[in-house]
Design a protein around this ligand. Structure first.
Ligand code: ATP
Ligand code: ZN
Length: 979
């Protein structure tokens, strides 16, 4: 290929580049046009010397080449080689190659070696072509992950590359020529490596390494330059830097030779001085360089957008910077120039997905051993290194020991926990912390000033506060806002980034905490309708609460915050806020799975107040603790806001008070038998009182007692209602005593069996007297109490999930979660005992129906161990015509007209809802999809409804080995009957 027909034209390429880049950097930043500088450009001349050196000269005296207009040291000459044998075809192809025109014209100019005028249209055209061709500079992380294939040059480019070779000038001291030379050691160093690592790119690479660095490539990053980096994400061509004399810190002025795509690209730090908020890291890295204590393996980790990638590049440049200045990288020395123009052969960015194979990593390590082309260090940057497999890591670590002194690996990850411990242990770790809001705000301000954006400082503060310590996030927000072309104001920020102002959030929280149900709902809806999605609202609310909890005493709170703090200043309020955080965190999880997010969010907001008391405020904390110590988990009383319970003095001695309430309530019972039953067998074990609702937990020690109590639940609720003066929800629990396996001590087993609200309406109550109560019993107790809708009204038959959803929606609140247990169906089927008498066959089913207690009571003669409902700890609701309930099955499904599975596959089976702290399982006993198979059972079907006293943790329900201690132990009265 290299024959005698090759012509070489030596040009002082460095000057050429400098001048051209300078021209490019002189774009008007606001218009990105170079019109302002056209005159200057017109004065740019290419010259050839008698020895065929081609040089570029600015005709303006001040900028004459000899005086190195931008202050770069004079670099040597580079030979521009031209393969004449390719000339004809190449010329034809050049037009298709970005930048080809320039090359073409340069080529033409060669025929007139006296002077080449580089005119503005030519440069502009070239630039436009280059911008299209090099759409994404390496500066951006995104571009680094761009697959190599996408950067492959078109065929026409391939040809054009044959056209020019830059060779070192004969002057030994010409530093740039050494670096820029294509056919220097660089090609030898990397071609073989490339072949092993990127087999599919072998051909390209082999050719490229022959080709060297053409002049077009040197002007700006051309695709070819990128491709010639076997590991690099591309030839990121940092713009040349020039000192910003005006800057007090002597920062590097951005002099990009291309249009950055975003503010974060444009303002990517180019020197350690530009790094924001990572002072410790920066000082330590600089110290390592100045003391010459550079190790071979660095690990940069920390949250995203905090400067890891930028710092790694700066560090790489600093490692090789040959300036004597203390502050590195200087941006001026040969190495810096080469690096920042993207032509460094010794600093490479490795795509972790490409080397994520043992053999490739081995090749990489082997090739790393070859000495650097021109620099002191060969630096390999592996961003997102957590993508490497364990084996790849071990290959890396094995070779690490033997690496020579000149190799430095910079690994970057946002998640250090994903790396093997052995790797982390052997690295010099640098943690990039989240940036402070104030640092971010200052940087944003800088950017606004430089970009001449009109802004409110508070708006920038707000952006900083909403960016989670990530400067990139902040810059991106600013970027978006700047596109609006308006003054950047707080309201614009709120609007654009979909957050609600703190003031509004505080309003919402205030309403929610004050149990102002309707206004809470209205406010939440208003916010969600207009601006914010529920998940965002939840997280914003949680953040706000955390702020309130954290900065209670801080002075810089806003007025609204202060007002809020004044209203909610007590320790009980703080406790309530902490509880609110818990609820919100649960809600967030729930929202991720839910389609009706706004509904669940509203429900959660309502919980903030309704749960506040049941979770226990400060007053009852100690009593709670002692109750826990006694093994009685749910004893707490929170004084009612209306003060009634205060009158009873229950906060003093809650146990005595509970007794007293129970005593007074039972006193009111006119039926002596019921009175004595309740007094002897029952106990009020816990009481939580909210503003208008008391939740009373009753405790019985025998199943029969529970059944009896359930039958009288309305009456009991009424009794308590009269004493407490508010609506009452009762929960009937079965507390058994069972010996523990390890010692003979009695252990309490507590099962929640019954849960239903009682809101009394006098007239109606009279017409539907509770079982076992007399008219007079009841009438005494139902005075003027307001009628409130039952909290949860389930239809008698929840055949469809939809029905259930509807029913739950109509409930006033406290629905925490809902879903289907579809994922457990197979498990259920596998573990079901279809042939088990009692729940397996049609005939037994009939028998079962006819016997109220068959299957699940203590007297059950069936093989209980195989009975699936029993295994689950479920109890069948017995048929009791008196209170209009019907037989309930465990989601039986008819398949082929026979009852095969205790738990059905039908949609309704396994539908659950978590209501007010308990979980309900609902299902139906026939196949909704198969009307034929109903076999008359439709009429007999009823809502299945079980409750577990805990919130839904499906595993706990269904996983076999946990089933034995499943908390799903009881059934509840279908609330639909609670009319
Ligand atoms: N500490 C910082 N100082 C200055 N600019 C920063 C800093 N951190 C982030 N930036 C800005 O954010 C952009 C992205 O930064 P960079 O890629 O270095 O972050 P990163 O931590 O590597 O993020 P990721 O983990 O997502 O790759 C930069 O272009 C820069 O504009
Ligand atoms: Zn330097």
């Amino acid at each position: 290929m290299m024959d005698g027909r090759r012509h070489s034209v030596d040009i002082p390429i460095s000057r050429t580049l400098v001048a051209l880049r300078r021209v490019r950097s002189l774009r008007d930043p606001s218009t990105n046009s170079m019109s302002k500088f056209s005159t200057l450009l017109e004065n740019v001349n290419w010259e050839t010397t008698s020895s065929h050196e081609l040089s570029l000269r600015l005709m303006n005296d001040r900028d004459a080449v000899g005086s190195s207009p931008v202050g770069f040291p004079g670099f040597g000459n580079v030979a521009l080689e031209q393969h004449k044998e390719d000339e004809v075809t190449d010329m034809g192809d050049l037009a298709a190659y970005p930048g080809g025109k320039v090359a073409e014209e340069l080529d033409n100019c060669e025929s007139n070696p006296k002077e080449i005028l580089v005119n503005q249209p030519l440069i502009e055209r070239y630039e436009r072509q280059m911008e299209l061709a090099c759409a994404s500079p390496l500066e951006d992380v995104d571009s680094t992950s761009e697959p190599m294939e996408t950067r492959d040059p078109p065929a026409s480019r391939e040809k054009s590359r044959h056209k020019y070779h830059v060779q070192p000038s004969s002057l030994g001291g010409d530093i740039l020529s050494r670096v820029g030379s294509p056919s220097l050691s660089m090609s030898e160093a990397f071609s073989s490596r490339s072949a092993s690592l990127y087999q599919d790119e072998d051909a390209n690479f082999a050719v490229q390494s022959e080709r060297g660095c053409g002049i077009t490539c040197c002007w700006s990053r051309t695709p070819r330059l990128r491709e010639s980096y076997p590991y690099s994400s591309g030839g990121e061509s940092y713009p040349l830097l020039s000192r910003d004399e005006a800057s007090p810190h002597g920062r590097w002025k951005y002099t990009s030779n291309e249009t950055p795509r975003s503010l974060s690209q444009k303002f990517r730090p180019r020197s350690f001085n530009d790094m924001v908020g990572q002072n410790v890291v920066v000082r330590s890295l600089l110290g390592a360089i100045s003391r010459g204590r550079v190790t071979s393996f660095y690990l940069f980790h920390g949250p995203r957008g905090t400067g890891k990638t930028s710092a790694s590049r700066i560090f790489a440049a600093a490692l090789n910077c040959i300036s004597l200045e203390e502050h590195k990288p200087c941006g001026l020395c040969r190495e810096c120039l080469v690096f920042f123009s993207g032509r460094s052969r010794d600093v490479k960015e490795v795509d972790p997905t490409r080397v994520n194979r043992v053999d490739r990593m081995r090749s990489l390590m082997k090739s790393a051993e070859t000495p650097p082309v021109s620099s002191r260090f060969k630096v390999l940057i592996v961003d997102e290194c957590h993508l490497l497999d364990e084996e790849t890591w071990s290959t890396f670590l094995n070779s690490l020991e033997n690496l020579s002194q000149h190799v430095v690996f910079l690994m970057i990850t946002p998640d250090v926990d994903k790396l093997p411990r052995s790797a982390v242990a052997r690295a010099q770790r640098y943690h990039f912390q989240m940036l402070k809001d104030s640092d971010i705000a200052v940087r944003l301000r800088d950017i606004c000033v430089q970009e001449r954006l009109d802004f409110e400082q508070v708006a920038l503060d707000l952006i900083a506060a909403k960016s989670n310590g990530s400067l990139r996030d902040a810059e991106m927000m600013l970027d978006q806002l700047s596109l609006l072309g308006k003054r950047i104001t707080v309201s614009l920020v709120y609007e654009l980034i979909g957050v609600v102002s703190d003031d509004e959030m505080l309003d919402l929280l205030d309403l929610a905490l004050s149990s102002d149900t309707s206004n809470t709902v209205i406010k939440a809806r208003e916010l969600m309708r207009s601006r914010i999605d529920p998940t965002q609202l939840v997280s914003q609310l949680a953040n706000l609460i955390m702020d309130i909890l954290a900065s209670k005493s801080e002075e810089d709170n806003s007025e609204a915050r202060k007002r809020f703090s004044m209203r909610h200043a007590s320790e009980a309020d703080m406790q309530r806020l902490r509880n609110a955080l818990k609820i919100l965190s649960e809600t967030e999880k729930q929202l991720r799975m839910s389609k009706s997010q706004s509904t669940w969010l509203t429900v959660a907001l309502l919980q903030l107040s309704s749960l506040e008391n049941s979770l226990g405020a400060n007053d009852s904390k100690s009593s709670c603790r002692s109750a826990h110590e006694k093994g009685e988990s749910h004893k707490h009383i929170v004084p009612c806001s209306c003060g009634k319970l205060h009158q009873l003095g229950i906060e003093r001695d809650w146990e005595a008070t509970l007794e007293s309430i129970w005593d007074k309530a039972t006193q009111l019972c006119r039926s002596n038998s019921l009175k004595s039953f309740l007094r002897k067998q029952g106990k009020l074990s816990a009481l939580s009182v909210n503003q208008d609702l008391a939740i009373a937990e009753l405790q019985f020690h025998h199943r029969d007692s529970v059944s009896k109590a359930e039958r009288s639940w309305k009456l009991i609720a009424s009794l308590l209602q009269s004493i407490l003066g508010c609506n009452v929800e009762i929960r009937i629990n079965l507390v058994l005593y069972a010996p523990t396996s390890r010692c003979a001590r009695l252990r309490k087993l507590s099962f929640g069996l019954f849960n239903c609200s009682r809101r009394i309406q006098q007239k109606k109550a009279k017409s539907s007297l509770p079982y076992g109560s007399s008219d007079s019993d009841y009438s005494d107790l139902t005075s003027e109490k307001p009628m409130i809708k039952d909290k949860v009204v389930l239809p008698e038959s929840c055949h469809h999930r939809l029905e259930m959803v509807r029913a739950l929606r109509s409930a006033e609140g406290n629905v925490l979660s809902m879903g289907t247990t579809s994922s457990h169906r197979s498990l259920l089927q596998d573990n079901a005992a279809p042939k088990t008498p009692g729940c397996g066959t049609e005939s037994v089913k009939k028998e079962w129906e006819s016997n109220h207690d068959c299957g699940f009571s203590q007297d059950c003669k069936e093989d209980q161990s195989r009975c699936f409902p029993r295994k689950l700890g479920l109890q069948r609701r017995s048929c009791s015509p008196e209170n209009n309930t019907r037989v309930i099955y465990v989601g039986n499904k008819l398949q082929d007209n026979s009852l095969q599975l205790p738990i059905s596959n039908s949609e309704s089976a396994g539908t659950y809802a978590c209501i007010d702290g308990g979980t309900y399982v609902c299902g139906s006993d026939y196949d909704t999809n198969n009307s034929k198979s109903e076999n008359g059972l439709r009429d007999q079907s009823a809502t299945l409804c079980w409750r577990t006293p805990v919130s839904p943790r499906r595993k706990e329900w269904w996983v076999p080995h946990e089933r034995q201690r499943s908390p799903l132990v009881g059934w509840v009265l279908p609330c639909g009957t609670a009319k």
